[in-house]
Write a protein that binds this ligand. Structure first.
Ligand code: ADP
Length: 475
């Protein structure tokens, strides 16, 4: 049979009570027995002393007179009184008749009598052959100036046994009462305890089913446990929510990525098939199809390269190694790289003079950020547009601002453009050859270098993309 926690708790407390009860009972019995015996001994000493005084004054002589005296004294003290002559003859005994007294054996060898005569007092617990029971004896010598004999008072030890039996009965009675009370109390305690445990289990179950719930807040240990459990549960819930969000994002990302890749891949395949089926011989169609194939292959390569950059950023494998560098060199290089593209669209690029401040950044990442922002400005600027690049210190960082006079970005889209594959105007963005990943790479790289990125509207039209990167410590 398997016991529940409640039954086990009750059983345990009952066992504990039983053990404590037995030990306490044994101890009490021992204490009680010796204290009763001491009390009886004191009483008997008093009786013997009183009898001794009486005998000193009494004129009684011989058993004929002394035995009735012993009988009266015995009755008055509810004990056995024996008066023994110096030679050991019994002169009177409250438990014996005159005839029996005359016939009883000599008491001169009784240990208490021997002790009384030798030391002035004799105390013994022993079996009485005369009355055939365990007795406690106290004997004193009597007679002044010369000793005439001993007086002896005795009580059966059965009285002690009776007191102990009474004690047992009291103990058993109170024990049963305490046991009943303990059953009741431990039942109640374990009920409360298991109630809290059950709540915890219920809480755990509802949590695993996805529903968080507050549990009660009293301050005993189980409640404290419940508190930490709740805390853990909340932490877990946050983690699960975060994991679910990441999972959802990943699914969306994969769907978007496949969608982006599918179009150029399909064009390449279709063009290749058409070319293979003979169009390659066609003077007009051949070069046209090949050019489209090349364009889409390039786009595919572009998307894959961006995806790879993002994957590296996500995995924390970008191996950025920030160094102290001067911004103008990098700006110059980025603008030079993109000049042919700008010229094609008739867009001018101006770089405002910089105060030669050093910043702390990874050279390759900085280059990638600048190329992305300036290329976007070129792509989304109208023909003949104007791009201005400025750099300035901003609250302990270096702020790089790329401003264009393009269509600008609606306020509601300003945070979204940094998301993967997000485009404000799908058609236009694709027309200009965007992958929708550029800005998310910019954000990822900037944050990996402990910087930040944002957008402001330009006046009267256009947008300003800014990136803030840490300044060098040795400026
Ligand atoms: P894409 O490769 O499509 O340009 P990005 O991540 O670089 O992807 O940009 C995301 C979207 O933000 C673009 O599709 C475009 O709609 C918008 N965008 C980026 N730069 C500019 C800009 N300078 N002016 C206007 N819109 C912009």
């Amino acid at each position: 049979m398997k016991l529940g926690i409640r039954e086990r708790l009750t059983l345990f407390s009952l066992l504990l009570m039983l053990v404590v009860g037995i030990i306490a009972g044994l101890f009490l019995e021992n204490e009680r027995r010796s204290s009763i015996e001491q009390q009886i001994e004191r009483e008997l000493s008093h009786y013997a002393a009183a009898v001794r005084e009486l005998m000193a004054e009494s004129q009684a002589e011989g058993a004929l007179q002394i035995d009735p005296l012993a009988d009266r004294l015995g009755a008055a003290t509810s004990s056995r009184i024996t008066i023994i002559a110096l030679d050991g003859r019994v002169l009177g005994d409250s438990n014996l008749t005159l005839d029996e007294v005359r016939a009883v054996e000599n008491h001169g060898r009784r240990p208490e009598v021997v002790d009384a005569l030798a030391q002035g007092k004799g105390v013994y617990r022993r079996y009485s052959t005369t009355v055939e029971t365990d007795m406690l004896y106290v004997a004193l010598p009597f007679g002044k100036p010369e000793t005439l004999g001993t007086v002896r008072a005795a009580k059966p030890l059965a009285e002690v046994d009776q007191a102990i039996t009474e004690l047992h009965l009291t103990l058993i009675f109170t024990g049963i009462l305490a046991l009943l009370l303990a059953i009741l109390l431990s039942g109640l305690a374990s009920h409360l305890l298991t109630g809290t445990l059950r709540k915890l289990i219920h809480h755990a179950r509802s949590l695993s089913a996805g529903a968080a719930e507050e549990s009660s807040t009293s301050a005993d240990e189980i409640q404290l446990l419940a508190g930490s459990f709740n805390y853990l549960a909340q932490e877990l819930e946050e983690h699960i929510t975060e994991l679910r969000r990441m999972e959802r994002e990943q699914r969306v990302f994969i769907a978007n990525a496949s969608h982006e890749l599918r179009t150029p891949a399909a064009v390449i395949r279709a063009n290749a098939e058409t070319l293979l089926s003979g169009a390659i011989e066609d003077e007009v169609m051949g070069p046209k199809l090949l050019k489209a194939l090349d364009r889409n292959a390039e786009r595919l390569a572009l998307i894959l390269s961006d995806l790879l950059d993002l994957a590296r950023l996500d995995a924390g494998q970008s191996h950025l190694e920030p160094i102290d560098l001067l911004l103008p060199d990098y700006l110059q290089h980025a603008v030079e790289t993109l000049t042919p593209q700008a010229l094609k669209r008739g867009v001018t690029i101006e770089i405002a003079p910089d105060e030669q401040t050093r910043l702390h950044a990874d050279p390759h990442a900085l280059q990638q950020i600048l190329l992305n922002l300036i290329e976007n400005a070129i792509k989304y600027s109208p023909p003949g547009g104007r791009i201005q690049i400025k750099s300035q210190r901003h609250q302990g960082t270096m702020e790089i601002r790329v401003e264009d006079n393009g269509p600008g970005i609606p306020e509601s889209c300003r945070t979204k453009v940094f998301q993967r594959f997000y485009r404000v105007d799908n058609g236009r963005a694709r027309d200009v050859g965007g992958t929708g990943l550029g800005l998310s790479i910019v954000k990822g790289l900037t944050e990996a270098m402990h910087g930040s990125v944002g957008i402001e509207p330009a006046r009267p039209v256009g947008s300003i993309f800014w990136v803030r990167l840490p300044l060098s410590c040795n400026r």
